[in-house]
Design a protein around this ligand. Structure first.
Ligand SMILES: Nc1ncnc2c1ncn2[C@@H]1O[C@H](COP(=O)(O)OP(=O)(O)OP(=O)(O)O)[C@@H](O)[C@H]1O
Ligand SMILES: [Mg+2]
Length: 373
């Protein structure tokens, strides 16, 4: 796909053509001795789609990626590209390009030699290798650095070369394991834009590992949120934020205020809940709860508000901090610490006693208490 390096503007037709390959991870389980690092993960990535794999350190992201790439053997499950199982193929024959968590360029080789490595392993004619290396370096805007050794390149440049190396083999699937982790903010944004541009231009199917939720949200078509070896939710970023599937997802993606309480009664499409903090709220939920069940209402900072109304529960405003056009209220309510997001107009309210209520129309998430981590 990198055979004909031309300015993007000159080939609009190519952009319009559907390309890319489908990746199916089907019930994959990976174990290191006693540790089960990946627990029966099933995840499909559509042709040309970018899925971000998001989760805390140690949840199994790298392990899952390396299993797809063929460096780790799964104990159970299958990996398929365009419907064909690739589990028995060695890494070099899977058509999978991977950019590792650390740069992992060969230090004694020039940028061009690094990019050529995977191509030479395929015993391609020298002229073809040269042409593909040039194209791959051009795609990441590193054509002027072909002869440099990695140590003479900045971190961002090294990651571009690593990306070129992964792209040079014209992979069906591109795997990116925290490619920006070691970069400062400015370089990070540059490379994020670069990768997005290349991924769209070539219609590459990609999985991007990150533990940065903003990065996952801005880069991906869908996010897969992992926790302790499992994928807990796969959905477009906005849906993960608005309708977290589990208490873990609600807490891990975005900020959430956990308000414990008890189910009082069914109420339309949800429940009436008596909060321990001392108010009754109505929350929509498709899940089944018994009357009296202990639950936790997970409300986003923008779903709660200071209120004059008697329905609110009492709390204490510690301070209010401006955040761009908004105001963050830092609130304490017994043992609970709450964060509220409000529009900024006029003078901020004075610290001291306040009442807090759910904003009308807000749809916080509701989970059984035991599920909350
Ligand atoms: N080679 C190994 N031998 C034994 N255990 C391992 C090995 N590699 C990883 N693990 C364990 O498997 C689990 C998953 O590790 P993995 O590297 O996949 O996590 P991760 O989500 O990529 O984390 P991070 O965000 O820190 O990179 C962890 O508990 C880790 O300690
Ligand atoms: Mg990792």
């Amino acid at each position: 796909m990198l055979d004909h390096p031309q300015p993007e503007e000159t080939k609009p037709d190519r952009d319009a053509r559907p390309r890319g390959h489908r990746l199916d991870i089907d019930g994959v389980r990976v174990r290191y001795g006693q540790t089960v690092a990946v627990r029966d993960v099933t995840l499909s990535v559509e042709p040309g789609e970018m899925v971000a794999l998001l989760g805390p350190s140690g949840c199994g992201k790298t392990t899952l990626l390396r299993t797809v790439a063929g460096f780790i053997r799964a104990e159970a499950g299958r990996v398929l590209v365009d419907g064909a199982a690739i589990d028995r193929l060695p890494p070099g024959r899977r058509g999978v390009g991977i950019v590792f968590q650390s740069y992992a360029l060969f230090p004694h080789m020039s940028a061009a030699e690094n990019v050529a490595y995977g191509l030479e392993a395929r015993r391609l004619p020298k002229a073809v290798v040269v042409r593909k290396v040039e194209a791959a370096l051009a795609a990441v805007r590193m054509e002027g650095f072909a002869e440099r050794r990695p140590r003479a390149l900045s971190g961002g440049q090294q990651q571009r070369v690593a990306l070129a190396r992964a792209l040079a083999i014209e992979p069906s699937i591109l795997l990116l394991d925290e490619p920006f982790a070691a970069l400062d903010r400015a370089l990070r944004l540059d490379l994020q834009l670069e990768i997005k541009r290349i991924q769209r231009r070539f219609g590459v199917t990609a999985v991007l590992v990150t533990h940065d939720q903003d990065e996952a949200m801005s880069m991906s078509d869908r996010m897969a949120v992992m926790n302790a070896g499992r994928v807990e939710q796969v959905a477009p970023p906005a849906e993960v934020y608005d309708r977290p599937a589990t208490a873990f997802v609600a807490g891990f993606v975005g900020t959430t205020n956990r308000l414990p309480g008890r189910i009082e009664a069914r109420d339309g499409a949800g429940y009436r809940i008596r909060l321990d903090a001392g108010a009754t709220v109505a929350v929509e939920s498709a899940r089944g709860f018994d009357t009296g069940a202990r639950v936790v209402v997970c409300a986003r900072p923008e779903q709660l508000a200071l209120t004059e109304a008697a329905e609110g529960f009492p709390a204490r405003l510690r301070q209010s901090l401006p955040l761009g056009p908004a105001l963050i209220h830092d609130i304490e309510c017994g043992a609970l610490e709450l964060k509220l997001h409000a529009a900024r107009h006029g003078a901020p309210p004075a610290p001291g006693p306040v009442r807090i209520g759910l904003l009308p129309g807000a749809t916080p998430a509701l989970f059984p208490e035991g599920e909350t981590t």
